[in-house]
Every structure is written in structure tokens, then in C-alpha cells.
Design a protein around this ligand. Structure first.
Ligand SMILES: Cc1cc2nc3c(=O)[nH]c(=O)nc-3n(C[C@H](O)[C@H](O)[C@H](O)COP(=O)(O)O)c2cc1C
Length: 362
């Protein structure tokens, strides 16, 4: 690393890149500087301990978001990202990317770069004012060639989407493997978290958060609540149904052809990040809704993803609901899903690890 007081331009690019989003704020990347304009990104996925990432695809989307953010941050210096190559010999669970920037490109700063640090997930309900044509066209243009957006709009469609999320959340809240993920990624009693999700950013009111904090102390308590106190109802209404209704639209990011491998998911992550930054630039709030897609994929691949024996038939029902909503062809090409709309800027958010902590340690 540069030892002078002023960080090198490349370190400034990396510092901005840190703000890329990742599932559960896992920051699945480490950086290795290879020269003044060259670096390696050492990626990893969380398949060993995250039930939502068993195929690594959510982490691969996050890595794509990182690459796009680095390219945008570099554009602010007039640099272009000349090459972003995955080393074919690197394992899929720990992919390594080699990036080379052209400092003489004199390219104009990409306007999306301005939103790198303000882009942020909002999990609370938004306003229902429909998106106007200008907003839709801007987001459709942002995803770029090879991708398109399917909009799920209007009160009746939002209601169907909200119900899908409500059902998918029941599966989420009754799996011990998902409980372990949620327990580990929530930082309690705070509005900001460097390496997790602060409880104040979950989107629940303070009483629900206090209850969740007590119940989530053990899986036994969660099971007791679920069994005798309809424990999944309150969080599902507050965190899935109401936000599902409270938005301008849900969207599905579609690839022109079904994503088949890690490179396809990384490319999809780049498109997703441009979409999210475009929404931020338009002053819109945004929340990913990825778990129904994950469960639908598990159902399609017949992947047993939990010790709970009913997990597959229940995932199959999520898949059928999603198919009813968007159609078979779209589901096969869907790489990301979420909701968007006008709303309040969050007052709590995930921060990021310091750059020094994100440097690769062989
Ligand atoms: C691939 C991916 C999947 C995500 N899935 C969800 C999700 O299903 N629900 C949700 O509320 N947030 C989801 N997020 C948002 C992350 O939790 C969020 O980006 C991260 O905690 C960092 O916070 P920030 O975006 O506010 O900086 C996802 C993000 C990514 C990149």
C-alpha cells in the first residue's frame, strides 16, 4: 500500500468501491494492489454458512456490483476499466478478478458515480405514487444491453406480489438454517453497522425489534413463538406484506438468456448496481427482494436446503406463485427482484469495513 500521507488514486477508487452493496452486508471481496492502475479482487461466497447463498449466486451478484462500482469510481478520475477478467484457475467459491484501468482514457465521469455512497437499502414502506415514464425509461436504460426490467405495478399486482413475499417469508422464518443467518447478521441496539445490518435498518418498529431481539436469542424461543403465538405473523406483516404493498412498483431484472454460470451472475450484478444507482439518482428508494427467487431456484434444482423435511414442497409453492405472477419464461431469465418508489431516506444503514480491513491477506 502507498505509505505517503495522500492515498494513491487507486486507493481512492477502492475506498469508493467499498460502498457496493452485498447480501447481508457481507462485503465478499478483498483487494490486492498489483500496480498503480492494476488490482486483484479476491472474492468469496458464503455457501458454507448462508442458506440463501448455497449456489453462490447472490455473492456473485454482489461481486458484480463491486466491479461496476469500481468502474464508476474510476470514471471520476477520468480512468476507464480496461479489463476485468476472472482468473479461470480460481475456484468458483473464491473467484479472483484481475482489473486493469486505463488512466489516459480521459473519459467523462459517469453521472451514476455521484450516488455511490448515498445508495442505500430502505426496508420501510414507500409511497405508492406510480413511477412516471421518465423514471422507468431512465432505469431501463441504466441496466444496459442484455437486460430488461419487468414492472409489477398497480394495486392488484402489488397485492399479489406482497402476498408472494408474505408466503416466502414464512419459509424464511421457520428454517433453523435461516435463523442462524439472521442471528449472525443483525447488530442489535444500533443505527449503523460496519460489518452487519443494524437492527434499526430492518424496517421494524422499536417494539417489534425489541421482541425480535429477545426471541432470537435461541432457536428454541423462535420455535416456541412460532408454535404458540403465531410468531411469524407480526414480522411478516411488518417486514414483507406492508412494504410489499407500500411501493410504486416491484421490478424483476431479466437477462436476455437464462444465467448459466458465475460470469453471468457477475454481469447481472453490474446491471443491478446500475439500476440501484439510477433509482438513487432519481431520488427513489429501493429494496432488493431476493429470497423468493432463491427459493424458486432451489425448487427447480431440487436442492435440499434445510433439515426441515417440508422445505422443498414449500419452496415449490413459492416457485409456483412466482410463475403465476411473472410467467415461466421470465422466471427462467430472472436474476434479481426488488421494489422501488418515492420514500423517506433511511435514518439507519449499514456502513463498511475500513479499507485496511478489506486488503487481501494471503
Ligand atoms: C445480492 C443482494 C441480495 C440482497 N437481498 C436482500 C433482500 O432480500 N432483502 C433486503 O432487505 N436486502 C437485501 N439486500 C440488501 C443488502 O442487505 C444491503 O445492500 C447491505 O446490507 C448493505 O447495505 P446498503 O445497501 O444500505 O449499503 C441484498 C443486496 C444484494 C447485493
Amino acid at each position: 500500500m502507498n505509505s505517503s500521507a495522500e492515498p494513491s488514486p487507486l486507493l481512492r477508487v477502492l475506498d469508493r468501491g467499498r460502498w457496493a452493496p452485498s447480501g447481508d452486508n457481507m462485503q465478499v471481496w478483498r483487494f490486492e494492489v498489483m500496480g498503480p492502475h492494476a488490482l486483484r479482487v479476491h472474492g468469496f461466497d458464503t455457501r458454507s454458512h448462508c442458506v440463501y447463498d448455497l449456489d453462490g449466486h447472490p455473492s456473485q451478484i454482489s461481486l458484480g456490483a463491486l466491479l461496476e462500482t469500481l468502474a464508476l469510481a474510476a470514471s471520476e478520475m477520468g480512468w476507464s476499466l480496461e479489463e476485468a477478467r476472472r482468473l479461470p484457475e480460481s475456484p468458483e467459491e473464491k473467484p479472483v478478478f484481475e482489473l486493469r484501468f486505463d488512466p489516459d482514457a480521459a473519459c467523462p465521469p459517469d453521472p451514476l458515480a455521484r450516488a455511490i455512497e448515498t445508495r442505500c437499502v430502505q426496508r420501510r414502506p414507500f409511497r405508492t405514487r406510480p413511477l412516471n415514464d421518465g423514471e422507468k425509461r431512465a432505469m431501463e436504460a441504466a441496466v444496459g444491453a442484455g437486460y430488461s426490467l419487468l414492472w409489477l405495478e398497480g394495486a392488484a399486482t402489488r397485492w399479489r406480489t406482497a402476498k408472494l413475499l408474505f408466503h416466502s417469508a414464512k419459509l424464511r422464518l421457520t428454517l433453523p438454517e435461516a435463523y442462524e443467518v439472521h442471528r449472525d447478521v443483525i447488530e442489535w441496539g444500533t443505527r449503523f453497522s460496519k460489518d452487519r445490518i443494524p437492527d434499526a435498518a430492518l424496517g421494524a418498529n422499536p417494539a417489534t425489534v425489541a421482541l425480535m431481539r429477545q426471541v432470537m436469542k435461541s432457536w428454541g424461543r423462535v420455535q416456541l413463538m412460532n408454535r404458540f403465538f403465531a410468531g411469524t405473523w407480526a414480522p411478516r406483516i411488518e417486514l414483507d406484506l406492508l412494504p410489499g404493498l407500500g411501493c410504486a412498483a416491484h421490478f424483476v431484472l431479466l437477462a436476455d438468456r437464462p444465467a448459466a454460470d458465475i460470469d453471468d451472475y457477475v454481469a447481472a450484478g453490474r446491471a443491478m448496481q446500475r439500476l440501484w444507482l439510477s433509482a438513487t439518482t432519481l431520488g427513489l428508494q429501493f429494496q432488493p427482494e431476493v429470497t423468493p427467487l432463491v427459493f424458486a431456484r432451489y425448487a427447480r434444482e431440487k436442492r435440499v436446503f434445510s433439515s426441515v423435511t417440508s422445505c422443498l414442497p414449500r419452496a415449490q409453492r413459492v416457485k409456483e406463485r412466482l410463475e403465476d405472477l411473472i410467467g415461466q419464461d421470465a422466471l427462467a431469465r430472472a436474476v434479481f427482484m426488488g421494489r422501488v418508489g418515492e420514500g423517506d431516506v433511511p435514518t439507519a444503514r449499514s456502513l463498511r469495513k475500513d479499507l485496511a480491513e478489506l486488503m487481501h491477506k494471503p
